[in-house]
Design a protein around this ligand. Structure first.
Ligand code: ZN
Length: 273
């Protein structure tokens, strides 16, 4: 092996090392637009997220691998933390995202993880049948979970049951349709439906107040929109999806507040999204 080859291999190893991967990506993609990741503090170009079925432009943070939805959710949680004292709250984090575990563990007094199948959590539980007492958590966080559950009403009922009256639940689903399409069986990565913004109206049966945050609510530097050509739908991986116009799509994070169910207030009009 020549000295040159050895130097090249060493350089390649250096740039694929986790701590320098984002530095290498920044260097080799300096022409791309720069963004900021609120989750890890990275600043620079984001990666496209490609599958055989789709390409989502500027989706992925090269340092922490957060996607658009994670960055929006993180900003929503930071906003809520400015409004409420998390330090005396207990959170149930369902299907816990790796990069949220540390901050949530620090912010909340009691941090509990759960999942239906994973073994790296505190409880293996089904959201439809939760083994917790009424009003036992101040926060329930379950992102992109409800679309995997056919009996989502049952899960929403359980979440509202275990939530304290002063607590809140963060329950986003992927917004991939103009209006919600229920599938006869699981399609598209185990999804029982293609939710539209109207899906959150269902939450009104279980929570007295719902606040919707969207990609439009935070600065563009965080890149919170989903840039994806959905005019080609349906595709092989999305056989029941309906085509959507435009390349720029909004993401939504619903925050559902606990308490007496009298008259539901949905603070942000779906039409504005
Ligand atoms: Zn990041």
């Amino acid at each position: 092996m020549t000295a040159f080859t050895r130097a090249c291999r060493k350089g390649k190893r250096l740039f694929t090392h986790p701590s320098l991967r984002d530095f290498g990506y920044r260097l080799t993609n300096w022409r791309k637009e720069s963004f900021m990741c609120p989750v890890c503090g990275y600043s620079g170009p984001f990666k496209d997220a490609s599958t055989p079925d789709t390409n989502m432009r500027d989706a992925l943070c090269p340092k922490c691998s957060s996607m658009e939805r994670h960055r929006l959710q993180y900003l929503v949680m930071k906003t809520l933390r400015d409004e409420m004292d998390f330090s005396d709250m207990a959170i149930l984090h369902f299907a816990p995202e790796r990069f949220f575990q540390e901050p949530f563990g620090q912010w909340f007094r009691r941090y509990t993880t759960a999942d239906l199948n994973r073994t790296d959590v505190n409880y293996r539980v089904d959201l439809r049948f939760l083994p917790y007492s009424d009003r036992s958590f101040d926060c329930v966080y379950a992102s992109h979970v409800l679309e995997h559950i056919r009996e989502d009403d049952r899960a929403l009922s359980e979440i509202s049951r275990i939530l304290t009256p002063s607590g809140f639940a963060v329950l986003p689903v992927p917004i991939v349709s103009i209006t919600t399409i229920e599938y006869p069986q699981a399609h598209e990565y185990g999804h029982f439906r293609a939710p539209g913004p109207d899906y959150f109206r269902k939450y009104e049966k279980y929570f007295p107040k719902i606040k919707l945050f969207s990609s439009n609510d935070f600065p563009g530097q965080y890149q919170l929109f989903i840039y994806e050509d959905r005019t080609v739908w349906p595709t092989k991986d999305r056989p029941l999806a309906h085509p959507m116009a435009g390349e720029k799509h909004v993401d939504i994070v619903p925050v559902c507040y606990g308490g007496q169910l009298n008259e539901t207030l949905q603070e942000q009009s779906v039409a504005r999204l």
